[in-house]
Design a protein around this ligand. Structure first.
Ligand code: GTP
Length: 638
């Protein structure tokens, strides 16, 4: 301080004012001077403390129980049911049983998810979980309900525990346990014990009281109807879990996909993929980034809204009312309590449902293995000796293995093989030089021929007075010839052995045996020789004629008694123009006996059986081709 400066005023305590008054009061009461009492201890007494505690707790509870906004639209997407379990536990069998229960349809082969109507407001998407870890992770993220299948005869397996752990970290959906293979236990006591122990083990893994169903065995390849009905009812009342992560993230379980990339572009070129499915969770917009599990992150280029392939029945009915302009008509209270057939829709692209599968290119008819009698089953084809099979089966199988259709296979072939090594050349022209494709005359039934004779006879009587005698005679002769020719007609044995031509050439006893051949209108141009001497009178009597009754005829050239000497006329085959020595005759007789037996079989079978076989050929061939095509279809992703 410098000299001469005025000294500053000393601090004076306030004697008046609020502060002075407070201090004065404090001194008077004798309160201790301390820090802010509100900051370090409660004040206000027990009541105040109670209020404060209550307030804090309520705030916390409100936060915990905050109402979760269900972002699902008015018509929610299908409820996702994931069927999981170790291999061979019965997952496929359970899905088949559920589809049969809900849709009343048979799922033949399941490929990919199956969406079906389960109630008036509800649809289910059933997905069978594959054994891969990545699939388990993906499905745990989207499952609304998990059916955990456990093989009771084997016990809990690692896959079940793995999946439960995965579920725990992805926000637990609803879980129902299902015990299968219970029919492996014969004794009731043991069965009860197993059920009890497995239930407790299941509760330990999940929570006490977790629901566990029992499926006690199979019936017609599916689980018992009543047990499936109970399980289905339980599934129907399950609520959709509102998991916050799912509510804030849109996702689409793809029910179908198509690669729309230009097929001519290279394999490494960027691809364009169309995914079809219901949108779950939050809103999905174009330009969003999406993650395709196992593939990577992508941008959505466009979103299109398509008609619902599996609409809930209530919506269908509302739509129908709108279409019929009956909007004021309110639905009845009990409407759609039982679903009509038309409401039970199944949408399972890629799976085979019922017996017909349709894709964009073709329609496939499913024929079960047990109904395809002629087609060899896989295990059969390797095992069975084809020689032991019936001839019809062998024939059909030979046709099935043929590369081309029957008409294509025979196209351009001049020779028709009938039995063994017998070869017959089909006619190109008949004896009169006419092209063979001209319609041939068919033999008249014997009754008709008789009638014709009687008619003629009566006609003759009528016309007797009018016609001169010569004319009548000529007419009679002509008529008789015509009748003979008409009654005869070309028969298979004639075609095979060229008998008429033979008679025409040799003009021997054959013509005397069969007057019908006199005209020489043989249907074939085969060069034939008589097997035995023409002058054999005994044999000539035994020889069958074309006028024999049908029962006595033999198909395929086995004419008459095989032990008789001149019953058949063999075609001269190349290299066989040798003289007929005794030795050769005997050899031929023996050969004919073999043919005779084969012919007997055919005649016993009759024409109908042969037609049947041919029909079976066609059907079985179709089955075979269909089966091949079905195995090619692979639309759905795994
Ligand atoms: N005895 C008996 N057999 C069953 C039962 N459940 C399923 N099976 C049979 O077990 C076999 C396997 O059944 P699937 O339904 O194919 O089993 P999966 O779990 O789909 O098998 P993967 O597809 O290999 O994983 C089939 O032959 C079923 O008939 C059951 O409860 N009792």
């Amino acid at each position: 301080m410098e000299s001469g400066d005025k000294p500053k005023k000393a601090h004076r305590k306030r004697a008046a004012g609020t502060k002075a008054k407070k201090k004065k009061d404090k001194k008077q009461v004798g309160k201790a001077d301390k820090h802010n009492p509100k900051a370090h201890t409660f004040s206000g007494g027990t009541r105040s403390v109670q209020k404060r505690v209550q307030y804090t707790l309520e705030r916390q509870a409100k936060k915990d129980k905050a109402h979760k906004v269900d972002k699902n639209p008015e018509v929610p997407p299908p409820f996702v049911v994931v069927v999981q379990g170790p291999p061979g536990v019965g997952k496929t069998t359970l899905v088949h049983s559920l589809v049969k229960h809900y849709a009343k349809q048979r799922l033949i082969q399941m490929r990919g998810p199956v969406t079906l109507v389960s109630g008036r407001h509800r649809r289910l998407t059933i997905i069978e979980c594959p054994q891969e870890m990545s699939a388990m992770l993906d499905l745990a993220k989207i499952a609304d309900l998990v059916l955990l299948l456990v093989d009771a005869s084997y016990g809990f397996e690692l896959e079940t525990f793995e999946f439960i752990n995965i579920l725990q970290v992805h926000g637990f959906p609803r879980v129902i346990g299902v015990l299968t293979h219970l029919d492996a236990f014969r004794e009731n006591k043991q069965l009860r014990k197993v059920k009890k122990s497995m239930k407790h083990r299941f509760w330990t893994e999940l929570y006490d009281g977790a629901k566990l169903f029992h499926l006690s065995g199979l019936q017609y390849g599916r689980y018992h109807r009543v047990e499936i009905q109970n399980l289905a009812r339980f599934i129907a009342v399950q609520k959709v879990p509102l998991l916050s992560w799912r509510q804030s993230h849109p996702y689409i379980p793809a029910l179908r996909w198509e690669d729309k990339t230009d097929p001519t572009s290279s394999e490494t070129a960027p691809r364009r993929l169309d995914l079809y499915g219901y949108v779950y969770g939050g809103r999905l917009r174009e330009g969003f980034e999406v993650h395709l599990p196992g593939v990577g992150d992508f941008n959505i280029s466009s979103i299109k809204r398509l008609p619902d392939p599996c609409p809930p029945p209530m919506e269908t009915e509302a739509e129908r009312r709108r279409a019929n302009k009956k909007t004021d008509e309110k639905p009845k209270k009990n409407a759609l309590r039982t679903l009509a057939e038309r409401h039970r829709i199944v949408y399972a692209p890629g799976s085979d449902i019922g017996s017909i599968t349709v894709d964009s290119e073709a329609m496939y008819i499913y024929v079960p293995d047990q109904q395809a009698g002629f087609t060899p089953k896989d295990e059969q084809s390797a095992e069975k000796d084809p020689e032991k099979l019936p001839e019809a089966v062998r024939l059909v199988r030979a046709l099935q293995t043929s590369e081309a259709a029957l008409d294509k296979a025979s196209e351009g072939r001049a020779k028709l093989r009938l039995i063994g090594d017998t070869e017959v050349r089909m006619d190109q022209t008949d004896a009169s030089g006419k092209a063979e494709d001209q319609p041939q005359r068919r033999p008249a039934p014997e009754g008709n021929a008789l009638d014709a004779k009687q008619e003629d006879a009566s006609g003759d009587e009528e016309g007797e007075e009018e016609c001169p005698e010569e004319d009548v005679e000529q007419d009679e002769e002509m008529l008789e010839r015509a009748q003979q020719r008409f009654a005869r007609g070309p028969r298979l044995e004639d075609l095979v052995y060229g008998r008429d031509r033979l008679q025409e050439q040799h003009g021997g006893s054959a013509s005397s045996k069969d007057p019908g051949t006199q005209g020489g209108h043989g249907p074939t141009d085969h060069a034939t020789v008589p097997l035995f001497d023409e002058d054999d009178e005994e044999g000539a009597e035994d020889a069958p004629t074309s006028r024999q009754p049908e029962s006595q005829r033999r198909l395929l050239g086995n004419v008459g008694d095989s032990n008789a000497l001149d019953t058949a006329r063999m075609p001269v085959l190349p290299g066989q123009e040798k003289p007929w020595s005794e030795e050769r005759k005997e050899e031929l007789k023996a050969q004919q006996a073999v043919l005779q037996n084969a012919g007997d079989e055919y005649s016993r079978a009759g024409t109908k059986s042969q037609v049947k076989v041919l029909v079976a050929v066609t059907v079985a061939t179709v089955v075979k081709y269909v089966a091949r095509d079905i195995s090619i279809i692979a639309i759905m992703p795994g």
